[in-house]
Write a protein that binds this ligand. Structure first.
Ligand code: C2E
Ligand code: CA
Ligand code: CA
Length: 776
């Protein structure tokens, strides 16, 4: 730019320079010729006058010089412009020839005005191949003849924004683009793109393969989603796509559905409905969800349909995507679960949660009024025995029957199964009379025998009652207090009804504390054993020879004093403490008996829980070894519970115990179900007749008959019979007459510390034996 300015400046200066030059030339001449300063050549008029001649001459000289200078200036300017044009041309030519692209320029008359070297090189031409005035179409023809151009393609695509790619015979590719010039004519560019094409080919192949795979994968996914999917074209409502699951709804194969409309597929009524919903979704231009039944080949099913409109670029609805999800099972499961949450699975009665809810509603309704109502907590008696004897299937059926009877009696009132064999009822009216009456009616209704699978099953109820508002003003408290009353009723006797009293709370808390204390009893040395003699059955005590002792556990509580085993043994059984406690008892009894000079029998009670936990056989074995007691002297007393709980296991353990050489007695025979099959299944050494029968001897004839029968049965099975609870001479006499083998009871001797029976076991200073037997 600066250069240009300089040049422009130069040009302006040329005429000035010429004048200066002229002046400097003229001035010395004048001096040389001696002319005065004011001399000036004049015109021909002055020829006659020498001065005028001079002046004329000088004038001509000045004009000529001026003209010469102007000509000189013009020439110089022209040559400079030409040089710069040439320079420019050379520069442009150089630049164009060195482009990586080929370039051809034609003018408005289609004459080729320029063609660079790269172009010739790309198409394998020499400049000499080009005629001087060659036109664009001629050049194209030349190229075509060389097989380097598809004319049709050129005409079609070269002018487009992308141009086109022409393949040369040598395998190279050239990208051709043509640009029209505003003045007419055009420029075409030619770029060798073989390398890029070569490079991109495998990638493109890879890409298209990948696209193909993706497409297949998506088709697979769409086809296999467990939801029916269809796509419809909005313009004509035709199905464009349907997946496998959609076949159920469309009632045909998916490929047969494409191209059809809803009207072709569904009946008129259904189609009308479907089309109306489709239109609603299209109008909404968004998501529309609804649930409705659809008839399928599997029957009427509930479907959740989602309609989603897809808009085109102009924002107009183009496609309608529909998914149909069969929610029949889900809805059924949900309603089942909702039902299950508030119902008991076995009896289908409301459960504890539902009962508490109903109770809360009842409280809300009665609060602030003088209305009262009772909550009954009812426990089935003997449910455990029914399960044990008849099996759980029968137990379950009994519960269902019981539920029916309770519901019949409640006549639409609130009834629930609170837990295994515990039911809850709510009754309004004057309390506690109304509650008590209902409990009595229940007891009466449930006392009637149940016939289950042809078997006669009996049960009964024990009930606890709490009253609103006196025994609690919230659901939990009322139910807990009815439970406390039930607990008391059970403790009193089966079949009793108990109304809540505030001190019952204390009793329950006591039991919990007692439980805590019991867990420390062994460690604190509070447990001990009492021994009760067993004797041969003879007409008199004196003649009844002592054969052995039964060890009975005693707990001396530091504060409460003596706690009876009927209280703490069930507590220990409930908590599992009995296992540890039983081990201590067995060891203690064996150790004691092993120390006696007389080799008498020692009977130890085993709880069914001890059969269920731990290795009882190894324990007995190791205790025998440890204490040195001869196995034949140990007698293990078990109840039916051992065999009822798990017959196979119980029987197996009994056999292994017997194999150790110890004797096994069946305790409390006659008190439970006294299944004869147990006596048949295992060769017990002894049967102990429950004291309930012995007590009634002489009072009712049935007892005598039963005792007689058991004695006969035992002897038939070669088992020895012991009668428990012998308290009188009459009882002893009767048993001796009936051939009962042995007796045990207060009449023979009470359970006492072994020191009291020292003489009987052969220890010195045994003179206290007699008083013990007498006070018996
Ligand atoms: P059980 O095995 O039937 O024991 C006999 C129970 O009858 C003893 O009650 C005993 O004191 C009582 N008895 C004995 N003769 C007479 C009598 O002539 N008249 C009356 N009315 N009762 C008599 P105890 O010692 O209170 O034991 C009660 C129950 O506690 C036992 O009944 C037994 O089932 C259980 N038990 C006691 N000690 C143990 C033990 O060490 N282990 C296990 N597992 N249970 C035990
Ligand atoms: Ca016993
Ligand atoms: Ca017994």
């Amino acid at each position: 730019m600066a250069d240009k300015k300089l040049q422009a400046g130069g040009k302006i200066l040329i005429p000035a320079r010429a004048s200066v030059c002229l002046i400097t030339t003229v001035a010395p001449l004048r001096a040389a010729w001696g002319l005065p300063e004011n001399f000036a050549p004049t015109s021909y008029v002055g020829l006659a006058d020498p001065n005028l001649v001079w002046e004329a001459l000088i004038g001509i000289l000045v004009v000529c010089s001026f003209l010469a200078a102007a000509a000189l200036w013009v020439l110089s300017a022209l040559s400079q412009a030409k040089r710069s044009q040439l320079r420019r041309n050379a520069f442009i030519g150089y630049a164009l020839n060195n482009l990586s692209q080929g370039a051809v320029m034609t003018d408005a008359q289609d004459r080729v005005v320029f063609c660079n070297d790269r172009y010739l090189e790309i198409y394998g031409m020499a400049r000499s191949d080009l005629r001087k005035d060659i036109t664009g179409p001629e050049l194209l023809r030349m190229q075509r003849e060389r097989g380097a151009l598809d004319l049709e393609q050129f005409n079609e695509s070269a002018g487009g924004p992308e141009g086109f790619i022409t393949e040369l015979p040598g395998g190279r590719s050239v990208a051709v683009k043509v640009f029209s010039l505003p003045s007419g004519g055009a420029v075409s560019t030619h770029e060798d793109c073989s390398e890029q094409r070569q490079l991109s080919r495998p990638e493109r192949q890879l890409l298209s393969q990948e696209l193909e795979n993706t497409k297949k994968f998506l088709e697979l996914v769409v086809d296999n989603i467990p939801v029916s999917l269809t796509v419809e074209r909005v313009s004509d409502g035709r199905y464009l796509l349907a997946n496998r699951s959609a076949e159920t709804i469309l009632n045909r194969r998916r490929e047969d559905a494409t191209g059809l409309t809803a009207a072709d597929i569904f009946n008129a009524r259904e189609a009308k409905l479907i089309i109306a919903r489709d239109e609603a979704a299209i109008r909404k231009r968004g998501l529309l969800t609804e649930e409705h039944p659809i008839s399928t080949k599997d029957g009427l099913r509930l479907f959740r349909t989602r309609r989603m409109t897809v808009l085109d670029e102009a924002g107009e609805p183009q496609y309608l995507i529909k998914t149909h999800e069969d929610v029949t099972d889900r809805r059924q499961t949900e309603s089942r679960m909702a039902h299950m949450a508030y119902h008991d699975g076995l009896t289908d009665m409301p459960n504890r949660a539902a009962f508490l809810q109903a109770l809360a509603q009842m409280i809300e309704a009665c609060a602030g009024t003088d209305e009262e109502f009772a909550v009954l907590s009812v426990d089935l008696d003997g449910m455990k025995e029914v399960n044990d004897v008849f099996g759980h299937a029968t137990g379950d059926k009994l519960l269902i029957e019981v539920a029916h009877r309770i519901q019949d009696l409640a006549r639409g009132g609130v009834v629930a199964r609170l837990s295994g064999d515990e039911f809850g009822l709510i009754i309004d009216g004057k309390q506690p009379a109304a509650g008590f009456r209902l409990a009595e009616q229940l007891a009466e209704a449930l006392a009637k025998e149940f016939l289950i699978d042809g078997k006669s099953v009996r049960t009964g109820v024990t009930a606890g009652i709490s009253v609103f508002p006196h025994n609690g003003t919230d659901a939990a408290a009322l139910l807990a207090n009815a439970g406390a009353a039930l607990f008391r009723a059970k403790a009193t006797s089966r079949g009793s009804i108990s109304i809540y009293e505030p001190e019952m709370d204390q009793q329950i808390r006591d039991r919990r504390v007692l439980h805590q204390d019991l867990s420390l009893a062994i460690k604190h040395g509070e447990l001990s054993l009492y021994y009760q003699p067993q004797a041969k059955s003879r007409q008199t005590v004196a003649s009844s020879e002592i054969t052995g002792f039964e060890a009975l556990a005693r707990w001396m509580h530091p504060v409460r004093g003596f706690v009876p085993p009927s209280d703490f043994i069930p507590l220990a059984e409930e908590s599992g403490l009995i296992v540890e406690m039983g081990e201590w008892i067995l060891r203690e009894a064996c150790r004691e008996a092993a120390s006696w000079p007389m080799p008498l029998q020692i009977a130890v009670n085993l709880s069914p829980a001890q059969f269920m936990h731990g290795d009882l056989v190894s324990l007995v074995h190791s205790i025998l070894l440890e204490t040195g007691l001869s196995p034949g002297r140990l007698e293990l007393e078990i109840t039916e519970g051992v065999l009822i709980k798990d017959f196979g296991r119980g029987l197996g353990l009994l056999r292994r115990l017997k194999a150790l050489g110890v004797r096994i007695s069946m305790d409390d025979f006659g008190s439970g179900y006294s299944s004869l099959s147990y006596l048949q299944a295992f060769p017990f050494d002894k049967i102990k007749i429950d004291r309930a029968f012995v007590i009634n001897l002489g009072r009712n004839p049935q007892s005598a008959a039963i005792v007689r029968a058991v004695i006969g049965l035992g002897h038939g099975l070669e088992m020895s019979i012991v009668a428990e609870g012998v308290e009188t001479q009459e009882q002893l006499g009767f048993l001796a007459d009936q051939g009962c083998d042995a007796v045990q009871g207060f009449f023979i001797g009470k359970p006492l510390p072994i020191g009291q029976y020292a003489a009987l076991v052969g220890r010195p200073f045994g003179n206290i034996m007699e008083p013990a037997r007498k006070t018996g």
